[in-house]
Design a protein around this ligand. Structure first.
Ligand SMILES: Cc1cc2nc3c(=O)[nH]c(=O)nc-3n(C[C@H](O)[C@H](O)[C@H](O)COP(=O)(O)O)c2cc1C
Length: 189
C-alpha cells in the first residue's frame, strides 16, 4: 500500500461534539466545540481549545467557570447554529432550557444528555487560541440514561463531527468490548 503525504493541516479525525456554556456579561452563551478532551482523571481535568475571537471566552475568564453539554442527535441543527452565530451578535440563551449547579455561573442545557460543570484552573495561550483547562466540579445526567445507577454512554444518542468540515455522524453499533477484546490477541512476534 502506497502512502500519500497530505501535509500538516487539520487531520481527518472523528470528534465528539459539545455545546460549551458560559455566562458572558451576566447572560448565558453557548458555542459549539469539538476541540475538547479529558486530560487527567484525578483531579478530573478537561481541556478546551477555543479561538480568541469567540465571545464565550470572555465569560470563561470573567467567572472562571464553564460547562460542557453533550447534545443528542435531535439537537444537531441548533448545535450547528451555535457554531455559526456569535453571542456578540445574537442571543443564544433562549434556544435551550437552562439550569445551574453549585458554581452558579456555568449555565447548563436541560435537553443535553450529559452536563459537566467545570472550574477554570488554568489557561494556556497559543497564537490565536486559548486552551482552557477546567476541573470537573459535577456531572449531571437524565435518569433515563442510567442503568443500575450508572451512566451508560452507549445509550446517550450523542453524535460526532468528522474533521475538518463534517458531516456530523451518528455513533454506530458497538464494535467490540473495550479492555477485553485485546486479551485474546496473538502478537506477531
Ligand atoms: C461543528 C463545529 C465545531 C466547532 N468547533 C470549534 C472548536 O473546537 N473551537 C473553536 O474555537 N471554535 C469552534 N467552532 C466555532 C465556534 O463554535 C463559532 O465560531 C461560534 O459562533 C462562536 O460563538 P461565540 O462567539 O458566541 O463564542 C466550531 C463550529 C462548528 C460548527
Amino acid at each position: 500500500m502506497k502512502k500519500v503525504k497530505l501535509g500538516k493541516s487539520i487531520p481527518p479525525l472523528p470528534l465528539p461534539v459539545c455545546l460549551l456554556g458560559a455566562e458572558v456579561n451576566g447572560k448565558p452563551n453557548f458555542n459549539t466545540i469539538v476541540w475538547f478532551n479529558m486530560l487527567h482523571d484525578n483531579p478530573p481535568l478537561i481541556g478546551v481549545a477555543m479561538s480568541k475571537r469567540h465571545y464565550t471566552n470572555i465569560g470563561i475568564k470573567e467567572n472562571r467557570t464553564f460547562s460542557i453539554n453533550i447534545p443528542t442527535s435531535d439537537m444537531v441543527i441548533v448545535t450547528d447554529y451555535c457554531g455559526l452565530r456569535s453571542g456578540s451578535k445574537v442571543d443564544k440563551s433562549k434556544e435551550f432550557e437552562l439550569f445551574y449547579g453549585e458554581l452558579k455561573t456555568a449555565p447548563m442545557i436541560k435537553e443535553c444528555s450529559v452536563n459537566i460543570e467545570c472550574k477554570l484552573i488554568n489557561k494556556i495561550d497559543f497564537k490565536n487560541t486559548e486552551l482552557f483547562i477546567g476541573e470537573i466540579f459535577e456531572i449531571y445526567s437524565d435518569e433515563k440514561y442510567l442503568i443500575d445507577e450508572k451512566l451508560d454512554a452507549s445509550e446517550l444518542d450523542s453524535f460526532i463531527f468528522l474533521m475538518p468540515n463534517g458531516p456530523y455522524k451518528k455513533i454506530g453499533a458497538n464494535l467490540a468490548e473495550a479492555y477485553k477484546v485485546g486479551i485474546s490477541y496473538k502478537p506477531k512476534n
